[in-house]
Design a protein around this ligand. Sequence first.
Ligand code: KG4
Ligand code: ZN
Length: 406
Amino acid sequence: MPGSGLILGIESSCDETAAAIVERGARTVSSVVASQISTHARYGGVVPELASREHLRAIVPVVRAALAEAHIALADLDAIAVTAGPGLAGALLVGITYAKALAFANRLPLIAVNHLEGHIHAVLLNEREAEGAPENGAANGSRSNSSGDPALALVVSGGHTHLYLVRPMDATWSYTLVGRTVDDAAGEAFDKVAKLLGLGYPGGPWIDALARFGNPRAVPFSFAQIKPKVHLGGRPPRTKAAKTAPIARLDPHFLFSFSGIKTAVLRYVELHGMRAESRARVTRVLQNFRLPQTREEALALCPQPTLDLIASFQHAVIGDLEKKTFAAAESMGARRVLVTGGVAANRELRERFTREAAARGVRILFPTLALSTDNAAMIAAAAWPRLLAEEFASPDLSADPSLALS
Ligand code: KG4
Ligand code: ZN
């Protein structure tokens, strides 16, 4: 049985090196995130080799900082948790190798956490923090005070757009995949569209900041129907987002596809002569890293037709996420909807999901902005029920870039 209830979480699946200490899955004692954005920004995306190198540089100082901030020694911990996948193989390996070494040297159990489970637990951690003191014991320590009813979780990030039915089960949780993208993740679409418009990386925050000043109905994007052959044909998945779970048995109503809208934006840009303007923007964005805050700043960066295109793109993507998420919740009888992952930081998403949930009488939960994007507090929180259930990683734990959750 746990003593202190303190778990050190380590996360290195993509471009953030993070460490955090969380008590009983319910109180963040410290959380440190070293972002590699400035390293990857000039390439307009994450370069896997650079990511591994940056993780190697950052991992020791980040873990030390998390311990120091918490005034905690390794001997005070009950366990070490680490992201085992999905993610970039080389990046994951840095965290896993270091976590293994720390666990072995300090005789601590090691807990492997799925990154997507981590994102879901970011919301549950927030919920428990809002409720107050950490809970004790296996009977109730693994869940929030909310009932044991299922919740529908949308994990929406740069690598994933997945819908899960989430249920508390004895000491742990069960996850059933309900829907997912058949090609690009929503965050990937934000990043690709931002790149083709000459905006910064990651693209989501730029699109979010600029969309406020455009007309969301200026460009009517329509989503191509997802044809049954795409999910029944046994085709190999085409993108990294499509690799992590099977599609064949899922209800087509809950499948997403975001590669079409990205191509539609590209065509629109070419057709309306916006190419040169987008290229010219790249250097200006790189020189001045700040996101625009006012209409004047937005207009100084993008003419009105570009702002309208950005707003219309965001409106279409968020609308599709909203429609399918609430349809899935209704069909599964879930009265709670959790939205998590980097794209959950989006302003329009939060507003529209909140409004729709209120209209349907459904409870909606988001993580704080800091817990929306990658962090290690969510990994330490997800590990708590596993510690209670004594589900420990084997000594030969390795990175699984396409680790599925269910
Ligand atoms: O969860 P996360 O930090 O890493 C992954 O697991 O992928 O998510 C990063 C993704 C990126 O695609 C980024 O563009 C997107 O989340 N993102 C946003 C916003 N903030 C981050 N997308 C839309 N609006 C935002 N405000
Ligand atoms: Zn993530």
